[in-house]
Design a protein around this ligand. Structure first.
Ligand SMILES: [Zn+2]
Ligand SMILES: [Zn+2]
Length: 449
């Protein structure tokens, strides 16, 4: 052959395999894995078998021509082919049953591992899975030794072969498939003590809720005295309020999914004394460790609405994924509010014309809001929010009902009252009157779904 480069390449895998096997006993998996990135549609065991058989043929040739059985013996680990060949050549060779220097024949025990995973996942419903392996420091070091001494070109890692081989076996025994991005469950094999850890990933449910009454917090507010354990102050309830939106929605979902915990992610929140009307507020419920994933969303919706519909109502309940949490939070959906304000502060009637003029002035303005005095947490930096629309809806002798549409995150009560100058401009500032927001309802969250 003219091209020396080609012949050099021809012998490269064989040379490396011979070098390795001269020093160390490797099983076919570990031998083949050193060229695991070459050839498709096969596995490392077969790759190892190919290399070994080729070396045995080379060994037989060396024996015939040089009367040297070393290569045949060295490459023969547990190989029937070499035993037969040596016998035929009249050499009474008894290959020792040796274990693989690198993996200690761990690939022989994979069925046991698969059975362990099956047992651990027997009560969990899943459609997709992934296998992960935590190698021992010894295995990592041995693999690195092989790579350092003989090169790692075209080699696959031990970890990825174990994961794949177990995945293939497991897939045959369950009605589920491997999925790399968002598997339902992840089985992690700890080789140190041969234990299996199952990570059962959460499921996500999207919906919108409406709150028809005041006095219900969105998420659980624990009693400040006992922090939820129940005491005199809270009448043993653990909370000073009625059951939260979060708890009410979580209950039937946890019952169906048999999950361990439900975490509520809302597209913002309204105050406890504010109603949430209109098309409702989007939320995502995250269910940890669900035993069941195929759930009846319609039934969840009906259960909540039948039991609590006069107070809390849900709609559009449907499956979703983790990305939806970010989506509803980052949508920064504008909100429309309906507010009831006093028409006669300190006996001085605000005229319809005065109010209309002030509302018109607010429209399109960017207002600056320091953290309201009613909020007990540490003040943040000044918020700037735009008022998108205003409208006078109704008037009675004592009250006006107005509508305000703002960007997300505005403190609406303070847009009305001014909060002693902490919000500016405000309706109170423009009217130079002490006006207050007496009642507030969210009438629309402007979010597309
Ligand atoms: Zn091995
Ligand atoms: Zn308490």
């Amino acid at each position: 052959m003219k091209n020396n480069k080609q012949t050099e390449k021809l012998s490269r895998p064989a040379k490396k395999a011979l070098q390795i096997l001269t020093d160390k006993n490797l099983c076919n998996h570990c031998l083949g894995r050193q060229y695991g990135l070459l050839l498709s549609g096969t596995d490392n065991k077969t790759r190892g078998q190919i290399l070994r058989n080729y070396l045995l043929m080379h060994g037989d040739l060396t024996l015939m021509e040089d009367e040297n059985p070393t290569i045949l013996e060295k490459t023969s680990l547990n190989s029937n082919l070499s035993k037969k060949t040596l016998e035929r050549r009249g050499l009474n060779h008894k290959p020792k049953k040796q274990k693989c220097w690198l993996c200690n024949n761990l690939f022989d025990d994979l069925d046991t591992t698969v059975d362990q995973i099956l047992e651990k996942t027997s009560d969990i419903e899943f459609n997709t899975f992934l296998v992960g392996t935590k190698l021992t420091p010894e295995l990592i070091q041995k693999e690195e030794t092989i790579w350092a001494e003989y090169g790692a070109d075209y080699a696959e890692s031990l970890k990825s072969e174990i994961n794949r081989e177990i995945g293939k076996k497991f897939e045959q025994k369950v009605d589920a498939e491997v999925e790399f991005k968002t598997p339902d469950i992840v089985a992690i094999i700890h080789l140190k003590d041969n234990t299996i850890e199952i990570n059962n990933n959460p499921i996500f449910i999207y919906g919108r809720y409406r709150k028809h009454v005041r006095g219900i917090p969105q998420t659980e507010w624990y009693c400040p005295v006992c922090r939820g354990e129940g005491c005199m102050r809270c009448d043993g309830e653990g909370s000073l309020y009625e059951k939260s939106i979060e708890k009410t929605i979580a209950k039937p979902i946890l019952k169906q999914t048999k999950g361990t915990e439900a975490i509520f992610h809302g597209a913002g929140r309204e105050d406890v004394d504010v109603k949430m009307l209109g098309n409702g507020r989007p939320f995502v419920m995250e269910i940890k460790n669900p035993k069941k994933r195929e759930i009846n969303h319609k039934e969840i919706m009906e259960t909540i609405n039948q039991k609590h519909g006069d107070k809390i109502e849900v709609k559009k309940i449907q499956p979703t994924n983790r990305n939806k949490i970010k989506e509803i939070k980052e949508a920064r959906a504008p909100k429309s509010y309906r507010a009831k304000i006093n028409a006669k502060p300190k006996g001085n009637k605000i005229t319809k014309q005065q109010l209309k003029k002030a509302l018109k002035q607010l429209e399109g303005q960017t207002i600056e809001q320091e953290t309201p005095r009613r909020i007990s947490r540490r003040p943040e930096k000044t918020r700037k929010r735009k008022i998108l629309e205003t409208e006078l809806l109704e008037q009675t002798n004592e009250h006006y009902i107005i509508k305000i549409k703002t960007e997300a995150g505005a403190y609406v009560k303070e847009i009305i009252s001014g909060d002693k100058g902490k919000t500016t401009p405000s309706l109170a500032e423009l009217l130079k009157k002490d006006i207050k927001c007496l009642e507030l309802d969210v009438i629309n969250v402007h979010y597309k779904n």
